[in-house]
Design a protein around this ligand. Structure first.
Ligand code: NAG
Ligand code: NAG
Length: 195
């Protein structure tokens, strides 16, 4: 019985040695660079350009196929501003103001009523394009939308595909608002720096 203790101990030491050896093999830190500077040409980035897109954004609350759906109701219907309301959107983006106009993408995300004093939405949405070479590329808009102001400016905070490294802003102007249904068509002018 007494002899098995040193044998066990030596097995344990062997195991320890093996496992620390394995650790060295696995980490091999010298081969893993945490950060390095990169020539932008290696990512295919040439000259930064500024583009202007003009689109119409359709917020359809009613009818057979609403594109904006309430997912969080405001805490009480006594709230004058509906503070707290959240609507998920998959809104068509068209070239012209009519719904029958060419579909160039969809605005996907949500907006939330984030102001207790007036109507001021937090918009968080991706413009997911399907048109031409922009098909599959996205622009991300995050900002405050005071919907009753004539022009609302919101930042473009990034993008994907042809809009990698994007930054810029949008200006939103209400084109048409049906006060009875809440359905709205909004003109969006997007000014974006990208490669
Ligand atoms: C909303 O407010 C109205 C008027 O005060 C009241 O009659 C109604 O019951 C309220 N609805 C809900 C869902 O609280
Ligand atoms: C956009 O790309 C998708 C996926 O690659 C493709 O299925 C679709 O037909 C394209 N749409 C247009 C309008 O080119």
């Amino acid at each position: 019985m007494a002899r098995s203790v040193p044998i066990l101990a030596s097995k344990f030491v062997t195991l320890l040695l093996l496992s620390s050896f394995a650790t060295i093999l696995v980490t091999g830190d010298e081969d893993h660079e945490f950060v390095r500077s990169l020539d932008r040409k290696l990512l295919g980035l040439k000259k930064e350009k500024l583009s202007h897109f003009k689109l119409y954004w359709h917020d359809i609350l009613t009818g057979q196929n609403p594109s904006a759906v309430q997912v969080v109701p405001p805490p009480s219907n006594t709230s004058r501003t509906a503070f707290g309301l959240v609507r998920m959107i998959d809104n068509p983006l068209t070239l012209g103001p009519e719904m029958s106009s060419k579909l160039v993408g969809r605005a996907q995300g949500f907006y939330a009523q984030a102001s207790q004093q007036d109507i001021g939405l937090l918009m968080a949405m991706n413009f997911a394009f399907i048109e031409g070479k922009y098909n599959g590329s996205t622009i991300t808009v995050l900002g405050k939308n005071a919907v009753f102001s004539t022009v609302r400016e919101m930042p473009v905070i990034g993008g994907s595909g042809l809009f990698r490294f994007a930054r810029g802003y949008v200006q939103a102007r209400t084109h048409k608002l049906d006060m009875a249904t809440g359905d709205a068509t909004v003109e969006y002018n997007v000014y974006v720096f990208h490669y």
